[in-house]
Design a protein around this ligand. Sequence first.
Ligand code: 5GP
Ligand code: ZN
Length: 121
Amino acid sequence: SSEPHDPNCIFCKIIAGQIPSRKVYEDEELFGFHDIAPWAPVHFMLVPKRHIPSMAQVTPEDSALLGKIMILAPKLALEQGCRPYPQGGFRIVVNTGAEGGQEVHHLHVHVMGGPRPWLKG
Ligand code: 5GP
Ligand code: ZN
């Protein structure tokens, strides 16, 4: 469905260490790093190392990968300074396609939290 890496992709370059980032997590198939222009006091992204362009391309074969991201997010959110549920918590966003607000076409899960009033809607 998609090539493992795209030489023109900024997130593939971050994963490869060709562009520096503030890493929050890494394993064989996932990479986590702070957003360079945070929308919230805590804002990092989790991305598959494999170049999947967006949520529009995921298949049942990606189920375990996506599940792993969702299980990891709450743990990393606490590590990165989000307060615990329910007073604290976090928001997960996956922008998909132009009308979904996606600017970088390498699947990424935004995890955002910290004291309001950053959160709208
Ligand atoms: P999107 O709008 O595609 O969901 O979000 C892409 C995000 O990637 C944006 O929030 C943007 O700030 C972040 N971003 C873009 N380029 C870089 C970069 O070079 N380094 C880091 N750490 N984040 C980036
Ligand atoms: Zn990529």
